[in-house]
Design a binder for this molecule. Structure first.
Ligand code: HEM
Length: 512
């Protein structure tokens, strides 16, 4: 039986449906093709070998090119000329020299501003960037255990209202459902329950990132000198502005209510525990009540959280469907940790899901992004091998190559769900070193490195574990007959699960 998800909300005009996404991706590809066929005049001042591949190939096959170039120039600094001009690829052995350089020497913010054309798209948290990361790292991460029952409630609600019953095996297009589930769960933690179930908020928080990305792609089509005028020709910039206006309109009453409540005696004892409240307590006095600041930061945090977490959750569900034996193993662990002895309400439960943690990390090794550590050189840098990186150089690490390097992973081409679980058994140090959220070496780069490493990875890890646990307890999963695990899609350097791919679900109680 093939069933499309029951999603009345998809009729709302602001939602980017998966067919629309395909349309815009196709448009983006055409625009980019024209762009890359124009000759690039990017400076090429770094003395390192250039890996040659057609720029069109970079648009569709970047993963294989990164892996091939990594192996070809093993342990050496090299250059590629991809869709964004010349970029310098840094192998793991040089990352220790770079990861902790100050922002005024090697900048993550500048690299992001350039890639997202923030001058036009407005996509940048600006002077509140550090505050944003600090609040995620402290308030959100410290509250994870307390948030579990609330997020579980959101998950049950979204499954109850939008997921088919699946009495028998039912084919489900997964990505459109998961993105809404993740948006609800994150919305609860970010903007609070009053807005997290509001359809317009859902649409806006999901679509803002897509609109920014597509606006940046369209703007790239024009040379820099034309952009001040060309910005008015870019339809997605209008959508971005519309998202911002909608967010401000929706956040305003929440903000006003909070400000009134904060004047009420006894408010502290029952104050809401969400990003909106933490911002109110931490923003500079002049910005606390400024709805433009609050709404913009809410959109930025949603953009950072929703699609990244969705992609990995979808990939995990695809891999569960492809590996029924892993389903059984993980289901048993979930049952023991969460279902017995009221585990859902215990602080340490999510970290006790060690097999699942290993599985998610292994899925990310195969399906995660192909590059990481996007940086721009602000002051010239000299690497220990003598390579000179002048001001303006754009850096990346070849993550897809690192993830399949036999020096770092035994039998690297084999998907081994319990690989990191076993490594964790080796010693107390290893128990910490091989967790999904662990960083600090030059190999675990899926969450970046150094000061700008992803502060939201603990929240993402928890949300994904909850979702997998919920599906394992309540459903069996399998691939459609005769089909292989759905392949990821490459859009320039970004890798995403196929938004149209379907797998089969059957409710376990119905099957029993
Ligand atoms: C599986 C899910 C996620 C992945 C793969 C991911 C990945 C990343 C990566 C690669 C970076 C750049 C790090 C660097 O360049 O060093 C980053 C930055 C960031 N992420 Fe995540 N992320 C995820 C989920 C989240 C979530 C759930 C949040 C919010 C709760 C979040 C908030 C941020 C923020 C604010 C930054 C910017 C940090 C800074 O520049 O200081 N991310 N993320």
């Amino acid at each position: 039986m093939d069933t499309d998800l029951k999603q009345p909300q998809l009729d709302a005009p602001l939602v980017v449906r998966s067919s629309h996404i395909s349309y815009w991706l196709a448009l983006a590809c055409i625009v980019f093709t024209v762009y890359i066929l124009r000759s690039s005049r990017n400076g090429d001042l770094v003395d390192a070998p250039l890996y040659k591949a057609g720029r069109l190939k970079w648009m569709t096959d970047a993963e294989n090119l990164v892996r091939d170039s990594y192996n070809k120039y093993y342990n050496r600094v090299y250059k590629i000329k991809a869709t964004e001009g010349i970029q310098v690829l840094i192998p793991p052995k040089y990352l220790d020299e770079l990861r902790n350089l100050p922002e005024d020497t090697l900048s993550s913010t500048e690299a992001l501003r350039e890639a997202m054309l923030s001058k036009y798209t407005g996509f940048c948290p600006g002077h509140n960037a550090e505050l944003l990361s600090t609040l995620i790292r402290t308030k959100l991460t410290q509250n994870l255990a307390r948030l579990v029952p609330q997020l579980k409630g959101e998950l049950e609600y979204v499954v109850g209202t939008e997921f088919p019953e699946c009495r028998d095996w039912t084919s489900i297009k997964l990505q459109p459902f998961v993105v809404r589930a993740v948006a609800r769960m994150s919305g609860h933690a970010f903007v609070g329950p009053a807005l997290s179930r509001n359809e317009e908020w859902m649409d806006t928080s999901i679509n803002y990132a897509v609109h920014v990305f597509l606006a940046a792609v369209q703007l790239q089509f024009f040379p820099a000198w034309m952009r001040p005028a060309a910005q008015y020709l870019v339809p997605h910039l209008r959508y971005v502005n519309r998202d911002i206006a909608a967010a401000e309109r929706m956040v305003l009453p929440i903000l006003e209510q909070r400000l009134r409540d904060m004047e009420t005696p006894g408010f502290d004892a029952q104050k809401p525990d969400d990003f909106c409240q933490w911002l109110l307590e931490s923003l500079p006095e002049s910005e606390k009540a400024d709805v433009r600041v609050q709404a913009h930061l809410q959109l930025i945090v949603s953009a950072a959280a929703i699609h990244t977490t969705t992609n990995l959750a979808v990939d995990c569900l695809f891999d569960l469907a492809a590996h029924p034996d892993v389903q059984e193993d993980l289901r048993q662990e979930v049952y023991e940790v969460l279902e017995c002895d009221d585990g859902w309400s215990k602080k340490e439960s999510m970290s006790k899901l060690k097999k699942m943690d290993s599985f998610i990390k292994e899925v990310q090794r195969f399906a995660g992004n192909v590059t990481a550590f996007i940086r721009k050189v602000i002051k010239p840098i000299e690497l220990s091998d003598g390579t000179h990186l002048p001001t303006g150089t754009k850096l990346l690490t070849p993550l897809a190559g690192i993830c399949h390097d036999g020096d770092f992973y035994s039998d690297p081409e084999t998907f081994d769900a319990l690989r990191f679980y076993r490594l964790r058994q080796q010693s107390a140090d290893d128990a910490n070193r091989h967790q999904f959220t662990t960083m600090g070496d030059s190999v675990n780069m899926h969450f970046g490195a150094g000061k700008h490493a992803c502060p939201g990875r603990f929240f993402a890890g928890n949300a994904i574990k909850m979702m997998l646990a919920y599906f394992l307890l309540n459903y069996d999963l399998k691939l459609k007959d005769g089909e292989a695990r759905p392949k990821s899609m490459m859009v320039m350097m970004s890798k995403t699960p196929n938004p149209k791919a379907e797998i089969l679900f059957r409710r376990r109680t119905a099957a029993a």
